[in-house]
Design a protein around this ligand. Sequence first.
Ligand SMILES: [Zn+2]
Length: 167
Amino acid sequence: MYMGHYAIALGARRWLRPLPMAWLLFASIEPDLHDVLGDLIPALSIGPDTHTVAGAIGAAIVVALLAAVLFRQAALAVGSGLLVLSHVAVDYLTSRLPLWRHGPVVGLHLYAVPWADFVLEALAIAIGVSIYATSPDLRRPARAGLLGMALLMLCMQAVWNFGFGSH
Ligand SMILES: [Zn+2]
């Protein structure tokens, strides 16, 4: 999944408001950042495990512990961990991923049907931004900007699905 991850982070903020937005975004794409790290430093040998079930659970626990130390609230720690798990869960819809290292590869692989992936991610954006919009702490200017943000996310998703033909 692509923009859908960010939409999930936005929606989750409704319940995790004390967390900085940057932290929510980080937790929601942690497994992909882990991939980048694995590519940069192959010696770490973490590439094959970032999106496996065990890898996701391990990363969720580490992020939850980090959140517990940084933000000192159990609910925020659990929420952070769940965001990491959500990443891999929805990636199984859009990709095909190994359940464990060298294990069976499963997933719906909606990326292979770009319009279907676009519909799913557009739905995630609509739901995530709608939930975000109900946050009681948002001021009017922030609410007004949400439609623009949702449209920007849709455009980026469209480019991902239909643009440049490179994937
Ligand atoms: Zn991913």
